[in-house]
Design a protein around this ligand. Sequence first.
Ligand code: ADP
Length: 456
Amino acid sequence: MSWLLPRLLLALGAVLLGFVVGVSALAVTGVEPLSMALGTTAGVAALLIVDAVRGHRLLRWLRGQQLENAPRDTGLWGELGYRIERAVRDRERVIERERVELEQFLSAIEASPNGVIILDVQEHIRWCNRAAADHFSLDPQRDLYQRITNLVRAPAFVAYLQAGRFKEPLVLGNGRGPGTLSIIVREYGEGMRLVLTLDITERVRAEAMRRDFVANVSHEIRTPLTVLAGFIETLHSLPLTAVERDRVLVLMNQQTQRMQTLVADLLTLAQLEGSPRPSPDRWVALDALLLRIAADAEALSAGRHTLKLKPETQVELAGVESELLSAIANLVTNAVRYTPEGGEVEVCWRRLEDGSGELCVVDTGLGIAREHIPRLTERFYRVDGSRSRETGGTGLGLSIVKHVMQRHGGELLIQSELGKGSRFRLVFPAARVRPHSDAALGDEAAFGGAALTAGE
Ligand code: ADP
């Protein structure tokens, strides 16, 4: 009630003014009623004028943008101005806080990898984030307030929006290539719609790969199983001679081995995918690995090829011995299997300028046509299925090699020419190659200088 006292004082002042005017008028006119009327009018007029001036000032401030403070009057108008200003400032603070919160909220949606579009009743775009703009090739500024069906014309999308049945998401090619989008629409408010888009290209690809993989494994296992079932039936129902029986058992053994090899390769792949990256400080002597591999390859070749499989590398590789053995052995046995009798298979090693090391497996065999090369490391990809199976292949060998190399920070490079032969290169990063510790004692200095030509 701080305004009450000044208000009373003002009224008192007006009464006094009226009194003074009345007394003065009486002295001049000598007419009492006229003097009283003049005095009262003067007092009321004074009150009204002061109120009108203060009220006008406050009203002018209110009509403006309230950037300055409200008029600092005393009394009723002053307090009124002060309280209105406080309410206005409080409201401004709330609006500012809500604006900041809205901005943060929109930035969070903007950062989302999923697309978000807000549509009004007429399907005009009211807001959309960058991901949605990318998914539909929209411009988040220019396309605002445009009808979405004018911009995204995929018939399935238009029909989905128009049908208004949004229980199931719509799966759509994303228009920017072979990608796939999952689109969900939610209705809210009065006819507003929220369109959520999710890029599921990878998921779709992974599902297709998984399906293919299961189908391939089933096929690979079913074939030897069918053959085995046939042989069992034969053994059961036909009176075979001892020789015939032995022959059937040999064939059965072959099929069993085929399945064993396949399961072993599948397990190797599963292990490679599931285990942590090989540690960079477990060193494996390459020459010892090559000796073991050469022994197996010589047995496989049985003298049909010229083999040069034991270069003196005198290096160690950092990694998992069994994985490195498996990768190199796969390449060497492939070279023997896909090289006709009389051909040559060679393993060579060299250090490259940047310190990395390269192991090559070169053959003079069948070679591979250019179009097959990019797909060779896919699981179960075979150029010539019957030759692969005849020679005990599973179609998983190069896939294993690629995985091993990736896990060791290296890569598998393939060069081949149909009818002339192939060169498979395993490149190991510098950090995973060092001189063999025995060799290092005497040869370390020489190794550094001769590194570029070693094995060439
Ligand atoms: P597979 O068990 O069938 O040999 P891989 O994954 O090891 O499976 O090889 C995939 C395909 O690549 C093989 O089926 C074969 O057609 C081809 N290939 C691999 N190595 C060679 C090579 N040294 N010469 C010719 N073709 C090869």
